[in-house]
Design a protein around this ligand. Structure first.
Ligand SMILES: NC(=O)c1ccc[n+]([C@@H]2O[C@H](COP(=O)([O-])OP(=O)(O)OC[C@H]3O[C@@H](n4cnc5c(N)ncnc54)[C@H](OP(=O)(O)O)[C@@H]3O)[C@@H](O)[C@H]2O)c1
Length: 243
């Protein structure tokens, strides 16, 4: 058992690569010690662990399939023993495997909902038991969740993110009395998007005319951590995409 520690503890799901990695690095720079949750990217997770540790913060990488509740329970029981608490949970896992709704495989539907929505709930459920007053949960959504739209490509993903927004607001209302804030940050097309249009075409769908940088998502997370009177909010970081 290694707690208590003085630094706040952040747990980031899907933290080893891409946006999750950027968020872990930014949170470490802000003074958090990290629990980096990953599923397949073990080498990248270990490398990030080393990088954050070398920067003077503590970091521990841990494998989990967030879609399996027993695994999530085990991870948070371990966090209770080792870190002792969770000050910030970032639910960053968001699998996007776009299929047309007319051909959407039920197995893909199940896997997407399990990872992106049930997984986020399992992590919230267990993290909240370890979260002190003034803790934070930040869920990573997708731009354009306000208002029910049609999404014929990737409906499973869209439904998981709409559900995550509803979960964000429900938890925000319920945990406000403990001064725990629950918010969402919703990227649009980031510069690592799998379906990014070419630079000369992006202005057709993104009014600001460019893809977003990963650090611009981290900036919104940083804002929410400072914004003590903001809860239940959803911030699009999307250059106006889907306005
Ligand atoms: N990139 C974009 O342009 C964009 C746009 C809009 C919204 N977003 C949102 O931003 C977030 C991050 O996006 P991204 O593109 O960086 O993510 P990503 O690469 O698609 O996925 C992030 C990580 O999630 C982990 N993961 C997937 N299923 C898991 C499971 N069942 N259990 C545990 N971990 C699991 C994977 O970890 P391993 O690698 O370890 O397997 C993966 O590295 C997502 O929520 C996404 O929906 C991204």
């Amino acid at each position: 058992m290694s707690h208590p520690r003085s630094a706040p503890i952040a747990v980031v799901t899907g933290g080893a690569i891409r946006l999750g990695r950027q968020l872990c690095t930014a949170l470490a720079a802000r003074g958090y010690d990290l629990v980096i949750l990953y599923r397949n990217s073990a080498d990248a997770a270990r490398e990030l662990e080393r990088q954050i540790t070398a920067s003077g913060r503590q970091a521990r990488a841990r494998v989990v399939d967030v879609g399996v509740e027993t695994q999530v329970a085990e991870v948070f029981a371990e966090i209770a023993r080792q870190e002792g608490r969770v000050d910030l949970l970032v639910n960053n896992v968001g699998n996007y495997n776009p299929q047309h709704i007319t051909r959407l495989d039920p197995a893909v539907w199940d896997a997407t909902l399990a990872a992106n929505l049930s997984g986020a709930y399992y992590c919230c459920f267990h993290a909240l038991r370890l979260m002190p007053s003034s803790g934070n949960i930040i869920n990573i959504g997708m731009a354009g969740l306000e208002g029910a739209r049609a999404n014929v490509l990737g409906a499973d993903y869209f439904v998981s993110k709409i559900g995550l927004l509803a979960l964000t607001r429900s938890l925000a209302a319920a945990y406000a009395e403990r001064n725990i804030r629950v918010n969402m940050v919703s990227p649009g097309q980031l510069d690592n998007s799998v379906d990014l249009p070419p630079p000369d075409e992006i202005g057709r769908t993104v009014p600001l005319g460019r893809a977003g940088a990963l650090d611009e998502v981290a900036q919104a997370v940083a804002y929410l951590l400072d914004a003590a009177y903001v809860t239940g909010a959803n911030i699009d970081v999307a250059g106006g995409y889907r306005l």
